[in-house]
Design a protein around this ligand. Sequence first.
Ligand SMILES: [Cu+2]
Length: 88
Amino acid sequence: MSVQKVNINVAGKYEPSVVTLEKGVPAELTFTRTKDQGCLDVVHSKDLDFETQLPLNVSKTVKVSTDKAGEFKYSCGMDMFSGKVVIK
Ligand SMILES: [Cu+2]
């Protein structure tokens, strides 16, 4: 089965800030922080059950379950910046 792979650039915000995934197909989000700004050196999601450090200019990949449809949030370490994953 193919894997849905999405790259998210972290530079003072998440780009793209909304990612749409197909339900039931394995998915990976790859975060790359390219700006040394704010507390974006951690990205985490209670909804999607991941947390990872984001060293500058190092790509980090997290697996995302797509078993459930819906809208799920992730955010920076202090929950100031957020992005959204839409599964449908
Ligand atoms: Cu923050």
